[in-house]
Design a protein around this ligand. Structure first.
Ligand SMILES: [Zn+2]
Length: 91
């Protein structure tokens, strides 16, 4: 049992020495201004999605010509055959 106790004490002593070393090293670094900030990994780039959707292509805004229906007054496109409201043929 004495042997185990010695090992245990030795471990505690080493641990204490380590903590003391870190403590004083930290103080020293702070004093000298050499304190190295905690290691920070470089910011990982955002995960690239395998399928990167292309930017949505915008169709050029087509200003459709509209004509007013003579029957109901609704605006119908010139490409329409007849009025969608009343069915009257486009003027
Ligand atoms: Zn109409």
């Amino acid at each position: 049992m004495g042997f185990l106790l010695k090992i245990l004490l030795f471990g505690v002593a080493v641990y204490g020495a380590y903590r003391t070393y870190r403590h004083w090293k930290g103080l020293f670094d702070r004093f000298t201004g050499n304190a190295n900030p905690p290691q920070r990994r470089p910011a990982a780039p955002p995960p690239q999605t395998a399928q990167q959707a292309p930017p949505p292509t915008r169709k050029p805004a087509v200003i459709e010509d509209t004509v007013q229906c003579a029957g109901c007054g609704a605006y119908i496109s010139t490409s329409a055959e007849k009025c969608g409201q009343c069915g009257r043929p486009r003027p």
